[in-house]
Design a protein around this ligand. Structure first.
Ligand code: IMP
Length: 203
């Protein structure tokens, strides 16, 4: 199957490419199509992922896979959440990490608990769509650690691994991450071919 990855984020492209490898799909990217993704105006990860995947599937005539994801800090009322990519209006990952640390300066111990959430939507040109979700719990450190990954990776510490996402290899991150878990759910559904549509239809 030929599938378009409906994301312009190189970090996501790397992780999705690794995670989807066992399916043997031919992966195309937005570099192959002159498309600009729609504005992410949805209130949830699911709405935004569906918006992106459905748009790209319709525009290209091919199945499209979108990822909408973000960091959720309960002690900040769920920030940055669906606004993770443009938190505080900051332009770069580094600036957003500094901003997050400022917002959390008064938070200690358990209050620094956070979740990463990813929703993958696979949309088909005929309007059919499926969603796969993954999440992981961790802590937001008081200073960055590690050089790998992207986004908030240097601040997100996974206790069971004893590392931040930025200190993990791509394979290690895939085992622990929200996106890795969402990909496992997709792989499970597709390992014997496309799942029956009446089960997988997104309402
Ligand atoms: P989206 O394109 O609206 O889904 O933006 C997701 C944003 O959430 C990214 O730009 C990152 O800031 C953040 N994010 C999502 N997944 C990850 C991850 O695996 N590591 C670090 N940051 C992430």
């Amino acid at each position: 199957m030929r599938v378009v990855l409906a994301t312009a984020n190189p970090g996501k492209v790397r992780e999705l490419t690794l995670g989807l490898a066992p399916l043997g799909w031919t992966l195309l990217s937005l570099a192959d199509f002159p498309l600009r993704l729609p504005k992410e105006e949805g209130a949830t990860f699911l709405e935004n992922a569906l918006l992106k995947a459905a748009y790209v599937a319709k525009a290209t005539g091919l199945p499209a896979l979108a990822d909408d994801s973000g960091l959720v800090v309960p002690a900040l009322g769920g920030e940055p959440g669906v606004h993770s990519a443009r938190y505080g209006g900051r332009e770069t990952d580094r600036e957003r990490n500094v901003y997050l640390l400022e917002r959390m300066r008064h938070l200690k111990g358990e209050e620094r608990r956070a979740l990463f959430v990813a929703v993958l939507v696979l949309a088909y040109p005929d309007g059919h769509a499926e969603a796969y979700e993954g999440s992981v719990e961790g802590m937001v450190l008081e200073a960055p650690r590690g050089e790998g990954g992207f986004g908030y990776d240097p601040l997100f510490y996974v206790p069971e691994a004893g590392k931040t996402f930025a200190e993990m290899t791509l394979e290690e991150k895939a085992r622990h991450s929200h996106r890795g878990k969402a990909l496992s759910a997709l792989l499970e559904a597709y390992e014997k071919g496309p799942p029956p549509r009446e089960i997988s239809r997104l309402e």
